[in-house]
Design a protein around this ligand. Structure first.
Ligand SMILES: C[S@@+](CC[C@H](N)C(=O)[O-])C[C@H]1O[C@@H](n2cnc3c(N)ncnc32)[C@H](O)[C@@H]1O
Length: 258
């Protein structure tokens, strides 16, 4: 099932996430693209929060996403000469007639894939679009046992002006569904516009992963090598890790074990 981002969520995405997320992951993904000698693909490119940096750095980067609303914001920011680099495609079945040296799916893109079949299909599709020696890097959060048990009840995670004199508030509720390894997130936006307060809600399920599920999943895919680190500074996983950052490699080294 596809979960497209609604228009007003796309509209306010950059205002919220440049504030609450850039500090964590932006330099990490920027450096990965900088260090790549060849083509890069960002899957779930969204509004270009990270993509725009790579374009500024002169990367040979492409972007795909399933939400037209998000891509429309990106088109609005991106010089026309780069528009051909963006397309509406899913990680599960995207296709290009060339390959990449780096593919990234930053900020929980994989958590939008609910079932095993589409997760494996996605991994294998990425693999087939990598040159030998190329890497696929994606991230998911380390499940927090407290949140898995109790959920989150109406927590305001953004409360500020989105334009001079106009307030925007985002309130998050999450209801865990442990058996299906899903948290059902309800986002509520409240913003001032046309002399009144507008409200919009959006429910989206996010599939969460434990470490060994991730390992089994990757081992079932075509990828021949991978490692998982615990933050965007390269720290190994430990008891305080908040992120799983998974770095998969296409080595094309023949498997000598029968
Ligand atoms: C949290 S946003 C991340 C956007 C951007 N990478 C960033 O870091 O700001 C997740 C994005 O993944 C996209 N997405 C969800 N499912 C997808 C799929 N199957 N294939 C490609 N993109 C997908 C959503 O539309 C959304 O734009």
């Amino acid at each position: 099932m596809k979960h497209m981002y609604p228009r007003n969520f796309a509209r306010f995405y950059d205002i919220i996430y440049h504030r609450v997320r850039d500090r964590a992951d932006s330099e990490y993904f920027r450096n990965l693209a900088r260090q790549t000698n060849g083509k890069v693909l960002e899957i779930g490119v969204g509004t270009g929060r990270l993509f725009m940096n790579a374009i500024k750095d002169g990367a040979d980067i492409y972007g795909i996403d399933i939400s037209q609303s998000m891509l429309d914001i990106l088109y609005g920011k991106l010089d026309r000469k780069y528009h051909h680099r963006i397309s509406l495609q899913s990680i599960v079945d995207f296709s290009f007639d060339f390959k990449f040296d780096l593919v990234i799916a930053p900020f929980r893109v994989i958590m939008h894939l609910m079932d095993k079949e589409e997760q494996i299909k996605a991994l294998n599709n990425v693999y087939q679009h990598l040159n030998s020696g190329g890497s696929f890097v994606f991230d998911v959060f380390v499940p927090d046992p407290g949140i898995l048990k109790n959920g989150i009840c109406k927590q305001t995670d953004f409360d500020d002006e989105y334009e001079p004199g106009k307030k925007l508030r985002r309130i998050v509720t999450s209801i865990p569904d442990l058996v299906n390894q899903v948290i059902n997130v309800l986002f509520r936006l409240e913003w001032e516009e046309d002399d009144r307060t507008k409200i919009e809600e959006w429910k989206v399920p996010l599939r969460f992963f434990f470490r060994y599920e991730l390992e089994h999943l990757i081992e079932r895919s075509y990828f021949d090598e991978y490692r998982i680190i615990g933050d965007y500074e390269g720290k190994p996983l430990d008891k305080d890790s908040k992120e799983f950052i998974i770095i998969c490699k296409r080595t094309d080294i023949p498997n000598i074990n029968p």
